[in-house]
Design a binder for this molecule. Structure first.
Ligand code: NCD
Length: 305
């Protein structure tokens, strides 16, 4: 790969994306072929925010490549509690690992941290900013289920604070897609993201309800309202629970509709959707392993060359 650090989906070209996805497909078909490939390599995990899928699938990916992890552990047990700066923390930890994965509540933190280290640093979520590796597994899942070109996608929920949305919307501009954004007025896509999409020549449509656009969609990407990012909890309470889908609503959708969600879900997808053919979110979460194996393998390859 051309990039040492993966901090934003904006830096990924169509070729980069397809290289990772193709490699992930090969790995998914024959994981045994790479099971020892990264023996002796270490991945450093720095999670300053909660995580289940991202942290565990990165760990699983590194171990399934024959490598291992070193984990900073919970923030409250780290020297960050003693007042250590992020720059110092990453400068120290790069000496313990061959690549770093970092999640942090501040937007821009991954970009900042990447300027202090030589080993590849992967952004696993920076506040309401970006989450590029989630996007790679989202694109992999979309490609498997609906195809990436000539795609009509609806992205629904918290478009303002949802970093998975920002990364996915950018990455989709590399493909022939029609993007529909469905959210309450207060949780629209940030202007900066809209401008970037516009500059990239992508036509976007915004909606405040799902019903009118649902029958046209190939993929519906549902997101959680990001409660932890609301400066005002009253604002959260006003929008919480407003955007929900269930099996009855999905009767209006195409039989082939793929329903995705980066997870965790709260109440935005009723559990009766799980039993339908549409539900793809658990498969999506599982795809995190081959996709992250592919990405790590490509990034570590380059550093060894
Ligand atoms: C997402 C995140 O952390 O941004 N989770 C994930 O990585 N799968 C989505 C969310 O927390 O709502």
């Amino acid at each position: 790969m051309r990039h040492d650090h993966i901090t934003s989906a904006k830096q990924l070209s169509r070729e980069d994306i397809l290289m990772v996805l193709d490699r992930a497909s090969e790995i998914a078909a024959d994981p045994a072929a790479v099971s020892q490939k990264r023996q002796g390599s270490l991945l450093g995990l720095l999670f300053f925010e909660p995580s289940t899928r991202t942290k565990m699938s990165f760990s699983a990916a590194m171990k399934r490549l024959g490598g291992d992890i070193v984990d900073m552990g919970p923030v409250e047990h780290s020297s960050v509690k003693k007042g250590e700066s992020l720059a110092d923390t990453v400068r120290v930890v790069e000496g313990y690992a061959d690549a770093l994965v970092m999640r942090h509540p501040s937007e821009g933190s991954a970009q900042m941290a990447s300027e202090f280290v030589d080993v590849p640093l992967i952004n696993a979520g920076d506040g309401a900013g970006q989450h590029p590796t989630q996007t790679l597994l989202d694109l992999y899942t979309i490609r498997e289920n609906a195809g990436l070109d000539d795609l009509t996608i609806g992205i629904m929920g918290d478009l303002k604070y949802g970093r998975t949305v920002h990364s996915l919307a950018h990455a989709l501009t590399n493909f022939e897609t029609r993007q529909h954004f469905i959210s309450p007025e207060t949780l629209k896509l940030p202007r900066s993201v809209r401008y970037d999409l516009h500059d990239g020549g992508t036509e976007i449509k915004t909606h405040t309800d799902i019903e009118s656009i649902l029958p046209e969609l190939d993929v519906l990407y549902v997101t959680r309202i990001q409660e932890e990012r609301f400066p005002d909890k009253n604002e959260y309470r006003e929008v919480a629970g407003q955007y929900q889908i269930d099996a009855t609503l999905l009767e209006q959708a195409s039989d082939d509709l793929t329903v995705m969600h980066p997870l965790p879900r709260v109440d935005e997808i009723a559990t009766n959707v799980d039993e339908t053919e549409h539900a793809t979110y658990f498969e999506q979460a599982h795809n995190g392993v081959p996709v992250r194996m592919a990405l790590l393998d490509l990034l570590l390859g380059e550093t060894n060359e």
